[in-house]
Ligand binder design. Structure first.
Ligand code: UDX
Length: 479
């Protein structure tokens, strides 16, 4: 009887696109499923697997969890291939050409070996539709997880509408402030410059634009869609998406949902960072007045030119605000050397700044000293800031970030959109506006949004209930 019941436990294989932003939310879901008693296989690229498990807390966490295992698979690229924002096309191609057949073989041979707990459901990253192909071939149910905002996913969905309405491509008309009307639910919100950066393509046949559209359309083939957002954040947009993907579970912010379920336990200390977190910044933050520090981070993929980096730095220094900057070693385009930094910047940084290569971001945003976030508007960073009630200055770099930043400034009103500019005067002006001149206004809306986020993850809240439903639905799938 016991043995029979054990056999009923679902085994979910979760496969994120091999980048930090995708791993974070999908690993968050894997951990929540593990808490619900599921068996989990979390599949990483070989490249990320080793980096992730250098994190002793995470390795120890996985070892403690019955039925949880990490596995790895080749992404087909050499180890030293630079996996940053302006180099991602070959990663997409290689995963499809090289990883897809390995995944298929892995599932087929597991089945032949007659595992006691065979995989019963696959959750694949929605930008890798080949996972749907493989699931169909081996006869397993598949759910797509899109790690971006609902608003960006919906705009991807509307590419054909935009083309039909003559709003895409932009053509030679350089007016980036022209309003866009072809995305239902956003008629009075977005301009050309607020569409995801792939939409800036000159031709509809542009490979990047085509890839985004093709992958988005494939989502409708999977049995359901998971989004890391919450109902009160993107209500209308979710309604539009559900017309095409009726079973859409909005279960964000996942990082907070997981923390809420493991609070007070050792499990809450693990992190999913591919970089080593430098916790010395927490001590520095402890010594700063409440709300006085601007946290600066451009996420895991953004690259800037040296000239842009210096402009940001001058702007921060000239604003006279304290700042903590997570400056990745490969942040400057071309990697490595950022050259000689002007003396006055080094001096001012010693006085009221602190630099780390990689910060414990969730902890930083929750720290009382942090009063603002200069961000690239990656979706995880945006949600983490919303949850922490920290207003943002947005400098979107690519993909979904251009539309996320517009929603931050015009819909949720929790910050400023600095899109397409980063000269030192603009940076200084925006920092002063956020941290001083309009502080009260931004704090008020940030606190309101944070309260809604907290409500969504508490018992009976929308995220809480949607996760319960997802867990139940996967249990039923298995029978
Ligand atoms: C990008 C996209 O913008 C994102 O929306 C998409 O889903 C994935 O690709 P990325 O550049 O990694 O992602 O940004 P973001 O989504 O914000 O994720 C970065 C993650 O790294 C966040 O969870 C953040 O907490 C973490 N981080 C970042 C740190 O822990 N420390 C740091 O110093 C910087």
């Amino acid at each position: 009887m016991e043995r029979h019941r054990e056999k009923q436990v679902p085994h979910v294989l979760i496969f994120p696109f091999p980048l930090q932003g995708h791993i974070n939310s999908m690993l968050g879901l894997a951990k929540l499923f593990s808490l619900a008693g599921f068996h989990i296989t979390f599949l990483n690229s070989d490249h990320n697997h080793h980096r992730l498990l250098c994190n002793a807390d995470l390795a120890a966490w996985a070892a403690r969890r019955h039925g949880f295992r990490f596995r790895s698979i080749s992404d087909g690229l050499p180890p030293d291939y630079p996996r940053v924002a302006n180099n991602l096309m070959p990663l997409f191609d290689s995963l499809k050409a090289n990883t897809k057949p390995i995944l298929r073989d892995m599932l087929v041979s597991d089945r032949k070996l007659g595992s006691e707990h065979p995989v019963t459901c696959i959750i694949g990253d929605g930008v890798m539709s080949f996972v749907i192909d493989v699931a169909e071939e081996v006869g397993l149910p598949v759910i797509s997880f899109r790690t971006v905002s609902a608003c960006s996913f919906w705009s991807y969905f509307c590419i054909p509408r935009l083309v039909e309405a003559g709003e895409l491509p932009f053509g030679d008309d350089a007016d980036m402030d022209r309003a866009i009307t072809g995305v239902p639910g956003m008629e009075s919100i977005i301009r050309r410059r607020d569409l995801p950066n792939f939409f800036r393509a000159k031709e509809v046949t542009d490979p990047g634009l085509q890839l985004v559209w093709a992958e988005t359309l494939q989502t409708t083939r999977s049995s359901a869609l998971i989004l890391n957002t919450f109902e009160d954040l993107e209500p209308q947009i979710l309604s539009h998406i559900r017309v095409h993907c009726p079973t859409t579970y909005s279960i964000g912010p996942l990082h907070a949902l997981y923390r809420a379920r493991v609070s007070d336990s050792a499990d809450s200390t693990d992190s999913s960072s591919l970089w080593k977190e430098d916790k010395t910044c927490t001590k520095w933050l402890d010594a700063q007045p409440n709300g006085s520090v601007l946290y600066v981070s451009f996420g895991s993929l953004t690259v800037v030119s040296r000239a842009e980096l210096v402009e940001f730095w001058h702007g921060l220094v000239n604003s006279q605000t304290r700042f903590l900057w997570a400056m990745r070693r490969d942040l400057v385009d071309g990697g490595g050397d950022m050259g000689q930094v002007p003396e006055e910047l080094v001096g001012a940084t010693k006085e009221r700044g602190f630099l780390v290569e990689w910060a414990p971001q969730e902890e930083v945003l929750a720290h009382p000293a942090v009063g603002g976030f200069l961000t690239h508007s990656g979706w995880n960073s945006t949600l983490e800031s919303v949850f922490a009630g920290v207003p943002m200055i947005c400098w979107p770099f690519f993909a979904d970030q251009q539309i996320n930043s517009r929603f931050v400034s015009e819909v949720w009103r929790v910050g400023l959109d600095m899109k397409d500019k980063c000269d030192r005067e603009t940076v200084e002006k925006m920092v002063r506006e956020l941290m001083l001149e309009r502080r009260e206004e931004f704090m008020k809306s940030a606190e309101k949004m944070a309260a809604l986020a907290k409500k969504s993850i508490s018992e009976g809240g929308s995220t809480y209930m949607n996760l319960e439903k997802l867990i139940q639905d996967i249990r039923t799938m298995e029978k």
